[in-house]
Design a protein around this ligand. Structure first.
Ligand code: NAP
Length: 455
């Protein structure tokens, strides 16, 4: 895949980049290693000052960064501004809490003193996706850098200018040279970089094939990885639910980021009693959404990030219809437009054997299902290979208890939108990946949890 900025709203190639040469990769790895030796010794207060400065820069120049994201991958400008603000928030969160998260933890044993000490590992490679070009990187970088690690970013090939801007932000904030570097390289270079002795661990957010490949290479080299992969999150609505709130959250959740979010609700599992009313409202709301220029404030849905994503999504929709599913609205690209636009789409009556039931639809497409009761709802929710997030709507306590304990997911939200929050761990189970980001658990993924025993 070429490293280039191609405007998804117009198809125009705006800028192309040559991947950096092997000698440059070597120099950057060496710089990271050298930078780590000094950086790890610095007090938390110093790192926190730089991290707060990074937050200040993000807030000050939010429009510039947001426009870059919209230009490179098509999210609406208003959502891109929110994303930059969230990055500032995660910087401030770790600036404030890192010292406490990394403090020694005493344990009572047969020693005169025993405790756990958290120490940084070294240079960490982050392989990141285009869908939240800033947020995905900052949620890795803020805890990793505050812990005393140094970061190397291999960003998705369609967001190179975002990748360069992020490096610039850390430099402007005052972090020493080599503490955070962007590597403009293709996916073909990742295996060699992971194998390099100077890289101590890696994290990847992206598709299952990319996760499998990174995990295999890391395994060969006995290095730790965190994987945040795909999802087909269920959104369950029981008959007691606040239907109006569930409905508007369902639309928000499915359409977030033009439908290209790992934790978007993708399968809507509806109790028979409320299914007709829900579906009527769902179709109405989808048809009211404005698809168009992502730079305009009135736009709800911008283009998909690349023509390949548009084509793959449309193929999935057509295959689903051919397998016997019913199309309730949408179901095709917006042909009068030059960019990668797809109409908000709802599919119902999906046959039990349809492959769609097992797939992730990475665009504005919702699958709806009817169920007779909570047993069927939970069984259907758990019937995919994914396990990222789940949202369940009910006002019956015994039902929410069952959802919390029986849904196979890294997160369960009752009567709310599944979202990431620096204060809570984020990650999946099953084929959605392993390991956690954010909160104290995310910070502890890339540290040596050292046992100390003194007599
Ligand atoms: P992708 O193709 O897997 O790309 C993600 C990153 O991995 C890019 O930097 C890509 O580089 C790189 N990559 C691709 N193949 C690789 C390989 N064989 N070895 C090493 N690196 C490789 O994913 P995407 O299509 O851009 O992103 C969409 C997927 O990400 C969806 O499945 C979505 O659910 C998932 N996602 C998950 C989370 C989460 O937190 N769980 C969050 C966001 C997205 P190139 O661009 O150079 O190919």
């Amino acid at each position: 895949m070429a490293i280039a900025t191609i405007n998804p709203a117009t198809g125009e190639t705006l800028k192309t980049f040559e991947p950096i040469a092997d000698e440059v990769i070597e120099a950057k790895l060496e710089l990271a290693q050298q930078a780590f030796k000094k950086y790890r010794q610095l007090p938390f207060e110093q790192r926190a000052l730089w991290m707060q400065k990074a937050a200040d820069i993000l807030e000050r120049d939010r429009e510039i960064y947001a426009e870059m994201m919209t230009l490179e991958m098509g999210k609406t400008l208003k959502s891109a501004i929110g994303e930059v603000e969230k990055c500032a928030l995660v910087c401030r969160y770790y600036a404030k809490n890192a010292a406490q998260f990394m403090a020694d933890v005493p344990a009572t044993t047969d020693a005169s003193s025993s405790f756990v000490r958290y120490q940084p590992l070294g240079p960490i490679l982050a392989v990141m996706p285009w869908n939240f070009p800033f947020w995905q990187v900052f949620r890795f970088a803020a805890p990793a850098l505050m812990a005393g690690n140094v970061g190397l970013l291999k960003h998705a090939s369609n967001v190179p200018q975002c990748a360069l801007k992020i490096e610039e932000i850390f430099t402007l904030a005052g972090f020493p040279e080599g503490v955070f570097q962007t590597l403009l390289v293709g996916a073909d270079k990742v295996a060699d970089i992971v194998a390099d002795d100077r890289i101590k661990a890696a994290t990847l957010t992206g598709s299952e094939p990319a996760g499998e490949s990174l995990a295999a290479n890391a395994g060969k080299n006995l290095k730790k990885v965190v994987l945040e992969l795909g999802g087909s999150d269920p959104f369950i609505v029981m008959s007691s639910a606040d239907l109006a709130a569930a409905l508007s959250t369902a639309v928000t959740s499915r359409m977030l980021n033009n439908g290209q979010s790992c934790i978007a609700a993708k399968r809507f599992i509806l109790a028979e009693e409320i299914a007709d009313e829900f579906i009527t409202g769902f179709v109405e709301k989808f048809e009211q959404l404005k698809v168009g220029d992502p730079m305009l404030p009135e736009t709800d849905i911008g283009p998909l990030a690349t023509p390949a994503i548009l084509k793959d999504l449309d193929n999935q929709v057509q295959t689903c219809i051919q397998s016997g599913a019913k199309l309730l609205t949408g179901g095709r690209p917006l042909s009068e437009n030059a960019g990668n636009f797809y109409l908000p789409t709802i599919l119902a009556d999906i046959p039990p054997k349809a492959s769609a039931r097992q797939e992730e639809f990475f665009g504005p497409v919702a699958l709806v299902f009817r169920v007779a009761g909570i047993d069927e709802a939970i069984a259907l929710a758990n019937s995919t290979s994914f396990g990222l997030g789940a949202s369940a709507w009910t006002t019956v306590n015994s039902e929410s208890d069952r959802f919390i304990s029986e849904l196979e997911a890294g997160a369960v939200f009752i009567n709310g939108l599944v979202k990431s929050d620096p204060r809570l761990p984020f990650g999946g189970i099953k084929r959605s990946g392993y390991g956690r980001e954010l909160s104290i658990q995310g910070m502890h993924e890339f540290v040596n949890i050292k046992t100390v025993w003194v007599k």
